[in-house]
Design a binder for this molecule. Structure first.
Ligand SMILES: *Cc1c(COP(=O)(O)O)cnc(C)c1O
Length: 451
């Protein structure tokens, strides 16, 4: 009998390649369209935004893509990350389920996001880019890119959604510590920001609007490219180091999962965790693979599978995805990283074809689950990651009821050390759930582009 609590790989086990699920999907993805012409995008359309290496990865059909040594070298600062067996939590829940979690909170910024920030900065450096512009919601992506830019000597400009800029100063300070310059969005620095400020001077901002500002910044300057922390194919590709490590670690634990669970905002941590299991799924080793989203921004469970703009100002490409509409404004839930209106095209297609499931959970339930987890395992999860934990909690209870010994693995995408005010709200009884946004979803879906 083994009583191990964690399964550790050595640096030699760090993957040498990313896994590209597009090589294995039995169906093609619908092509992204140009937001102006509504014609399929070519590499030249993306060239003002991304270096060619990333554009080629975005459309690649190669099953494996080599991770450059310079990137592996930076990954080694925190990778491989640990896989834990949640023995103490299992006991507290009195469940026969076996629960494992992959912990991405050990990275410099405390989440999975540097897995893609580092290669994105690297390929830009290689292409001669001097400066990257990006948006950030709660600040996890901005702090990850700020770190990666510092590593490769690039300037970094971050448009941070104004409510977060004002309400979450610690992430801003972290970005500035890594050397980035941060402005609240809407900002006076771009036409999109000035237009928003003219219309609503005290606008709290939104992720869609901040994306518009960063894209405009990159398009207007020759020395600057744009960088996106989720949704795109190349972002999910970079994140597959997570799932590849998990497969090795489950092997060490002699465990074969019945269920894989991850939270979804734009779909990148879930994709990175789950995509390496898709070949099994296609070969008939069927597992329950569950994407968990917030009930306040339920793009998969309530949205439409349709072409939509990636951003509010309709400057970003139009992609086929599960969407709530590009101008959908989600309620101000505490899991800021899960408020995007759409879902990664790869994740959307997997869902549409029945290869994965989706569930939506309300925010009080996720904090209840997070606190139960923290009191057994010690780690205080990011509110985003707590969405996965909430579903695992439900499933562990179901196993107890049915007397089933399922093996459940989830991705703990990050820690919640910068989210303690949200925990305070919950613990002091001030947190509320938001009414289901049925009407606003209907209204924004009525404004989908006609393609
Ligand atoms: C950003 C973030 C998410 C959501 O983004 P995805 O692209 O869906 O992974 C989830 N968890 C944490 C900790 C994050 O920082």
């Amino acid at each position: 009998m083994s009583h191990e609590s964690k399964y550790l790989l050595t640096e030699a086990d760090l993957p040498h390649q990313w896994y590209n699920v597009l090589a294995d999907l039995p169906f093609p993805l619908d092509p992204p369209l140009h937001p102006g012409t509504m014609q399929p995008l070519g590499p030249a359309d993306l060239a003002p935004l991304f270096p060619m290496d990333l554009i080629l990865q975005e459309v690649s059909q190669e099953r494996h893509i080599d991770i450059p040594e310079a990137v592996r070298d930076i990954y080694r600062l925190w990778r491989p990350t640990p896989l834990y067996r949640a023995r103490r939590w299992e006991k507290a829940l009195d469940t026969p389920a076996k629960i494992y979690y992959k912990y991405e909170g050990v990275s410099p910024s405390g989440s999975h996001k540097p897995n893609t920030a580092v290669p994105q900065a690297y390929y830009n450096k290689l292409a001669g880019t001097k400066r990257l512009a990006t948006e950030t919601g709660a600040g996890q992506w901005g702090s990850s890119l700020a770190f990666a830019c510092q590593v490769f000597g690039l300037e970094c400009k971050v448009y941070m959604v104004k409510v977060s800029y004002e309400g979450k100063p610690y992430r801003r300070i972290m970005m500035e510590t890594y050397g980035a310059s941060v402005v609240p969005s809407p900002s006076p620095d771009t036409a999109a920001g000035r237009a928003a400020l003219a219309e609503t001077p005290d606008s709290p901002g939104s992720l869609g609007l901040a994306i518009s500002e960063a894209v405009e910044d990159a398009v207007m300057r020759d020395d600057t490219h744009y960088s996106l922390g989720s949704v795109l194919n190349h972002v999910l590709l970079h994140q597959t180091v997570i799932g590849q490590e998990v497969i090795k670690q489950l092997d060490m634990a002699d465990a074969d999962p019945d269920m894989l669970v991850g939270c979804v905002g734009g779909g990148s941590n879930f994709g990175g965790f789950a995509l390496p299991f898709i070949p099994d799924q296609l070969k008939g080793r069927k597992r329950q693979i569950i994407a968990v989203e917030p009930a306040a921004a339920p793009s998969m469970t309530q949205g439409k599978y349709a072409y939509d703009y990636g951003d509010t100002a309709r400057m970003a490409p139009i992609v086929k995805m599960h969407t709530l509409g590009h101008d959908f404004m989600p309620a101000p839930i505490h899991a800021g990283g899960l408020r995007y209106h759409g879902m990664a095209p790869i994740i959307s297609a997997l869902y549409e074809h029945g290869l994965i499931e989706a569930r939506a959970v309300a925010q009080r339930a996720i904090f209840e689950a997070a606190i139960s987890f923290a009191r057994s395992e010690g780690i205080i999860p990011a509110p985003e990651a707590a969405h996965a934990i909430s579903v695992v909690l439900d499933e562990a209870a179901r196993c107890k009821e049915a007397g089933e010994t399922k093996t459940i693995v989830f991705n703990l995408s990050g820690h919640g050390h910068f989210d303690l005010v949200s925990y305070d709200r919950y613990l002091s009884g001030q947190m509320r759930d938001f009414a289901y946004p049925t009407e606003s979803i209907e209204a924004s879906l009525a404004r989908l582009p006609q393609v």
